[in-house]
Design a protein around this ligand. Structure first.
Ligand SMILES: [Zn+2]
Length: 185
């Protein structure tokens, strides 16, 4: 079994757990520009690499929304992931990469600051589901503006596409024609 691969039967199990409450993580979504799993190296060469998340193409500056209520356990801006926010929600960890802005160290602690976007995210801060937590940028190792989104459950990588599928199915199940559920965008 590939690392992080959830069986479809497991995904079905997840639909009973309130997935309709989750937030789609980006506004102005265009397309999935790179799936989770092994791929050819995006920067050229002949090698393959393991892509540990899902890429959402969106215009630079599009707002990123917190997938699930939780606590910010890390803000950083000095890795290939670029400016990032890492959130813990129970057994789940979700990471948002290549964001606009940078990390600053204040007497209160570390903070991800995107002044033009009007966003400040403090390490240790509690976030609500669907809250705007930053904007799509090009920081770190990237060839174009996109959100790289990584999900872990109890430390194990999970294919975010499987979770989004579970969310979509759960949202359909609670949607009536009179009250369509949107992506809170
Ligand atoms: Zn990626």
């Amino acid at each position: 079994m590939m690392p992080g691969l959830l069986l479809s039967s497991q995904a079905q199990d997840l639909t009973g757990l309130g997935w309709e409450l989750g937030s789609f993580p980006v506004e102005n979504f265009q397309t999935y520009s790179s799936p989770f799993g092994y791929r050819a190296s995006p920067t050229g060469g002949y090698g393959t690499e393991f892509h540990n998340g899902l890429d959402f193409a969106a215009p630079e500056g599009s707002y990123i929304r917190n997938w699930w209520a939780g606590k910010v356990i890390e803000v950083s801006d000095d890795t290939a992931c670029g400016t990032l926010v890492r959130v813990q929600s129970g057994a789940w960890q979700h990471v948002y990469c290549h964001m606009k802005g940078q990390v600053e160290t204040e007497p209160r602690g570390r903070v991800m600051v995107d002044r033009a976007g009007g966003v400040e995210i403090w390490q240790g801060q509690t976030l609500a589901t669907g809250m705007r937590i930053g904007r799509v940028g090009m920081t770190g190792r990237t060839t174009g503006p996109h959100l790289h989104w990584t999900l872990r459950h109890q430390g194990q990588l999970v294919n975010p596409g499987v979770v989004l599928q579970a969310m979509a199915e759960a949202q359909q199940a609670v949607t009536t024609p009179e009250s369509p559920v949107t992506n809170q965008g």
